[in-house]
Design a protein around this ligand. Structure first.
Ligand SMILES: *Cc1c(COP(=O)(O)O)cnc(C)c1O
Length: 229
């Protein structure tokens, strides 16, 4: 199958999953995760209609962004971001999914001010409390959202999760549901500077389960590009 065939197939599955649970398919956007794949492969995906790219490594993302500067595509940053790399992300990234500390949020704010930009961000939550995962613990998320909401050049748009890895998508359902409940709780607080409209959750193995639990951004890589080496 070509990249276009696989992309079309994922889009159909997203649409079907949304319809099955009574959601507007347009309320779910696909982030095509292009990490480790070269710019020319990514270009194929863009030509096949990928309009949001997700990247994890800042050097790689910058270099692809430069090579593909003629492409009408939105760049999202989904990997762990070190504060000292925030300046590079802020220059071209429309949404940073992975903010998990006030230190990072403040640095993004400072760099966004320099670019005269308001940087959209999501707060990454570690609901499973896994040691290996980044993300703020659930009980600290509200405070981080509040603090980030006070920053003038940052807009908190929602939450993101990378749940523990299981073979069966059913086992990740409670994590997706937990993220959604947390987002609803925060939304009800009406915190200034915080909108809580985006839920970034679901990858190749479990995006349909994520959609059933309210995902608005699903991040799919392998099912579009094949295995990463
Ligand atoms: C790599 C990655 C994905 C995509 O995972 P696939 O299994 O390739 O679909 C999604 N989200 C994050 C944060 C990732 O690092």
């Amino acid at each position: 199958m070509s990249i276009k065939d696989r992309l079309d197939c994922i889009r159909k599955r997203i649409e079907a999953a949304a319809v099955r649970c009574g959601r507007d398919p347009k309320s779910v956007r696909l982030v095509t995760v292009s990490k480790t794949f070269p710019a020319e492969t990514v270009r194929e995906a863009i030509e096949a209609g990928a309009d949001i790219l997700g990247e994890n490594y800042i050097q790689e993302a910058r270099s692809k962004h430069e090579t593909l500067s003629d492409c009408p595509v939105s760049w999202h940053y989904i990997g762990h971001l070190q504060s000292n790399k925030a300046k590079y992300a802020v220059r071209f990234v429309d949404l940073i999914h992975s903010v998990d500390s006030l230190k990072l949020a403040k640095e993004i704010d400072k760099q966004a001010a320099k670019c005269d930009k308001i940087q959209n961000i999501l707060i990454q939550v570690n609901i499973g409390k896994e040691d290996s995962k980044s993300g703020v613990f659930e009980e600290d998320a509200v405070q981080l959202v509040r603090d980030a909401g006070t920053l003038d050049h940052v807009a908190v748009k929602g939450l993101m999760i990378i749940p523990p890895f299981y073979d069966e998508p059913e086992r990740v359902r409670p994590f997706f549901a937990g993220l959604r409940n947390l987002a609803e709780k925060i939304r009800a607080m009406n915190i200034p500077g915080v909108s809580m409209t985006e839920l970034s959750m679901g990858m190749s193995g479990d995006f349909e389960t994520a959609i059933e639990n309210g995902a608005t951004l699903v991040r799919v890589g392998r099912s579009i590009f094949g295995e990463r080496h």
